[in-house]
Design a protein around this ligand. Structure first.
Ligand SMILES: Cc1cc2nc3c(=O)[nH]c(=O)nc-3n(C[C@H](O)[C@H](O)[C@H](O)COP(=O)(O)OP(=O)(O)OC[C@H]3O[C@@H](n4cnc5c(N)ncnc54)[C@H](O)[C@@H]3O)c2cc1C
Length: 461
């Protein structure tokens, strides 16, 4: 039997018995059938039942609830999207962008509200995000991001910090300024996803675990196929498999599984914390294209996450990618580079998982009443809060309610497919390599590589 606690510190410490729930044994009928017991599937299922307690809602999960990114992430419950506010405005216009950003602020708060209402102790803490400029070359990026948010009318939620103010908050090497964003929180991801599963069941929902969906058929007899039988949906099928969805041939190019890896220190001592500061437990980030994200856990450890495990031909997803030794070694080196006072610190956990990146970097939700197929996906590395928004949007769309949420620009949209192989492999590996070279040049105070502008352009398109 798989030991699911080994997949992340979060699953290990979620306080739940991880013994799988019963698998599907034979064909059944339901009103709504959800594939995937991560945040997307569970938020959608939870809100559907909350809106109509008489619905029969069933969730089918290949492993256990929280097996995917939802049980492994960095714990940022963020109000941001993977693209800049300027890009949002260019794509959707000012009013729709503002509506989207307000909805994201609402999602961060809704996670907290549901945790309170459902007694989910997910260690929710609204400490904001502090994005650090580690070198003068990062400052223009932070200033322009601040200006973009301010132009959209969100200036009061952001604050440019001087070197002294940034270092007052947290002592990290080479910091010469920061951007603080208040409307962001952190959570214990495992407690959140497992708690959501229980909250859904309390409302009468059913979860079948260790049940793999092998195909999806839409139309008047919409159904999910599994080795034990089919689940027929009277009203809707919800595809909530994120990166793992790409394993189904029909959706293979819908997303790109990009690996994000995490390392965790032992709990630090009070004197180590006194040297580091970081008393407000903000989520920390750098401006690096290779992405650095840090949290101070509720039990006093540093979680450091970053991209890096190389993309594998054919969008391969496998457990050994979670444990890519070179990437974990690089991240552990970064911890000591950022916090030299932690030289010799022990690392107790290392894990990772795939994030689902859409071709245009923006998440989508959709429901087609003709095929009865609904889906939400493509959060890249920012799904903890966005899945809450997506779940509420899908619940509205499936229930036929025309609400402010179902009018947001990420509703009823489609992201283009990724390129076919081997083009995809060449392109992604080139981007991974270029981003790494650009970050390294900046760190060493060297000029950007000759292809930097080209790589940065591709990264935005
Ligand atoms: C290492 C890492 C760090 C991250 N850090 C952050 C962060 O700090 N903040 C943030 O906002 N986001 C972060 N993310 C992204 C975030 O975790 C995801 O966007 C979010 O969890 C997506 O939720 P989901 O339910 O859509 O997908 P998942 O949680 O991946 O759930 C999908 C589920 O579907 C199941 N499934 C798939 N295919 C099938 C099938 N055929 N049959 C049955 N079941 C199936 C899977 O087993 C899985 O349990 C991170 C992700 C990773 C991997």
């Amino acid at each position: 039997m798989t030991d699911y606690s080994k997949y992340s510190f979060w699953l290990e410490t979620c306080g739940d018995d991880l013994t799988p729930r019963p698998a599907l044994a034979h064909s059944i009928d339901a009103d709504v059938v959800v594939m995937g017991a991560g945040y997307t599937g569970l938020w959608t299922a939870y809100y559907l039942l909350k809106g109509n307690p008489d619905l029969k809602v069933v969730v089918v999960e290949k492993e256990i609830a929280g097996f995917g990114a939802s049980g492994r992430n960095g714990g940022w419950c963020s109000s941001h999207f993977p693209v800049t506010p300027a890009t949002l405005e260019k794509r959707y216009g000012r009013d729709a962008t503002r509506a989207l950003m307000l909805a994201m602020n609402g999602a961060v708060d809704d996670v907290s509200r549901v945790c309170r209402e459902e007694a989910i102790d997910a260690h929710y803490h609204k400490g904001g995000i502090l994005t650090l400029a580690r070198g003068e070359h990062h400052l223009p990026m932070l200033r322009s991001e601040f200006d973009d948010f301010a132009k959209l009318g969100f200036g009061d939620q952001f604050r440019l910090c001087s070197t002294a103010e940034a270092q007052e908050r947290v002592r990290v090497t080479n910091v010469c300024g920061a951007l603080f964003a208040s409307e962001n929180a952190s959570v214990h991801p495992g407690r959140l996803v497992r708690g959501l599963a229980r909250a859904f069941e309390k409302r009468g929902g059913v979860i079948y675990e260790r049940t793999e969906v092998t195909d999806v058929e839409g139309g008047s007899s919409a159904r999910l196929l599994t080795p034990a039988g089919e689940i027929r949906a009277r009203q809707a099928i919800v595809l909530a498999g994120e990166s793992y969805l790409t394993r189904l041939a029909k959706f293979h190019r819908a997303l790109l599984p990009v690996y994000s890896l995490i390392t965790l220190t032992e709990p630090l001592t009070p004197s180590q914390w006194a040297q580091i500061g970081w008393q407000n437990r903000e989520n920390l980030a750098s401006c690096n294209l290779t992405v650095d994200y840090l949290t101070r856990t509720a039990d006093g450890r540093i979680l450091f996450g970053s991209r890096g495990a190389p993309y594998r031909m054919g969008s391969k997803i496998s457990d050994d990618q979670d444990r890519h030794a070179d990437t974990h070694a690089r991240i552990q080196q970064l911890v000591v580079e950022w916090f030299p006072m932690l030289h010799g610190v022990k690392f107790t956990h290392a894990w990772g998982g795939p994030v689902g990146m859409p071709r245009d970097r923006m998440p989508m939700t959709e429901f087609d009443p003709a095929t009865k197929i609904a889906a939400a996906r493509g959060y890249t590395g920012l799904g903890v809060s966005t899945t809450n928004l997506a779940g509420r949007m899908l619940a509205d769309l499936i229930s036929g309610k025309r609400t402010a949420l179902s009018q947001l620009p990420i509703a009823q949209r489609h992201s283009p497919n990724w390129e076919v192989e081997p083009l995809r492999w060449f392109g992604v590996r080139y981007m991974q390599n270029a981003f790494f070279r650009i970050d390294e040049a900046g760190k060493k105070g060297k000029r950007k590589p000759l292809d930097a502008a080209w790589a940065e352009f591709l990264g935005r398109h």
